[in-house]
Ligand binder design. Structure first.
Ligand code: C2E
Ligand code: MG
Ligand code: MG
Ligand code: MG
Length: 293
């Protein structure tokens, strides 16, 4: 009997596994054509400077979306697949070019100070061609290197790869800014913070989400912000969802804030309406006047 039950369970298990494998294969094949078919889109989320009140727009983070018919697929569903197959290299280059071109257009349209943040996968940065290609993109789009912020993660620093370090130093030499994303969720030894040419530390949203009620998370958030500041880095808080969280990170000395409270990631057309004055910002912040540096 036990044997029969075991068999039945195994049959069910392998059926489920087959469905999972089937879905994965379908996803991979659809994704393989997405770039050529023009199914990728960039959404842009506002990042605000906190050195004045109300905060003002400092830049936008480009966030990748995959349009599949009616559905707009979020990156967590497909970026790991692109990373595994190596296609993230081509898709990531498309993201960089598209984001730089768009932000340059907004700069020329009057948002002179607007900065452009782009997420970069380890796999991309490890390509020996990464820096020369990036230089080409900057030249081609006209975006000043100092307007570009590359967001990398702790896992990249942990690989402790000499070529990566050399690439990051080259980028820093060009004036490109480097931000460490999702800080506190990886396992990077703190020593890496000093060794790499970082400019900005982005405190992960999991530490912000507990403010103000979770006292332990408040303590951790405060400690991370303090650590970044004492290392001479600029500190950005991700995942700001209400006024109290914003007030907290302002009080603790964060330089930048980003989150649904200030604005959700939105299409370039919606950002454009904001710049054209046809729509107001979602949160309490303003655009930086062109002559105000
Ligand atoms: P990330 O770089 O940390 O981006 C911030 C994520 O937090 C975005 O998710 C954004 O929509 C979300 N978010 C922003 N404000 C809030 C908030 O107030 N509350 C909450 N709960 N979430 C908020 P999204 O767009 O789904 O992107 C997820 C991740 O996918 C990104 O995390 C980034 O690691 C990766 N990603 C996105 N675009 C690209 C890309 O072009 N290339 C690469 N390599 N990775 C990308
Ligand atoms: Mg990011
Ligand atoms: Mg992040
Ligand atoms: Mg994240």
């Amino acid at each position: 009997r036990a044997k029969e039950a075991g068999k039945a369970q195994f049959a069910r298990y392998s059926e489920e596994l087959q469905i999972v494998v089937q879905r994965r294969l379908e996803l991979e094949s659809a994704l393989g054509q997405a770039l050529q078919r023009g199914e990728f889109e960039l959404y842009y989320q506002p990042i605000c400077r906190l050195d004045r009140s109300p905060p003002c727009l400092s830049g936008v983070e480009a966030l990748l979306r995959w349009r599949q018919g009616e559905r707009l697929v979020a990156p967590l569903e497909f970026i790991p697949v692109l990373e595994e197959s190596g296609e993230i290299v081509a898709v990531g280059e498309w993201v960089l070019r598209q984001a730089c071109r768009q932000v340059r257009a907004w700069q020329l349209g009057g948002q002179e100070q607007l900065r452009c943040s782009v997420n970069i996968s380890s796999r991309q940065l490890q390509q020996p061609e990464f820096v020369p290609r990036l230089i080409d993109i900057l030249r081609e789009t006209g975006l000043p290197p100092t307007s570009l912020i590359l967001e990398i993660t702790e896992s990249l620093l942990m690989q402790d790869n000499l070529e990566t370090l050399v690439s990051l130093r080259e980028l820093a030499g060009l004036g490109v800014q480097l931000a460490l994303d999702d800080f506190g969720t990886g396992y990077a030894a703190l020593g890496y913070l000093a060794r790499f040419p970082l400019n900005i530390l982005k405190v992960d949203k999991s530490f912000i989400g507990g403010i103000p009620h979770d006292h332990e998370l408040n303590t951790i958030a405060r400690a991370i912000i303090g650590l970044g500041r004492s290392l001479g880095l600029e500190v950005a808080a991700e995942g700001i969802e209400d006024a109290e969280q914003l007030a907290f990170v302002v009080r603790e000395g964060c330089h930048y804030a980003q989150g649904y409270w200030l604005g959700r990631p939105q299409s370039s057309a919606d950002m454009q309406r904001l710049f054209d004055g046809e729509a107001g910002p979602e949160g309490d912040w303003c655009l930086l006047p062109a002559d105000d540096h």
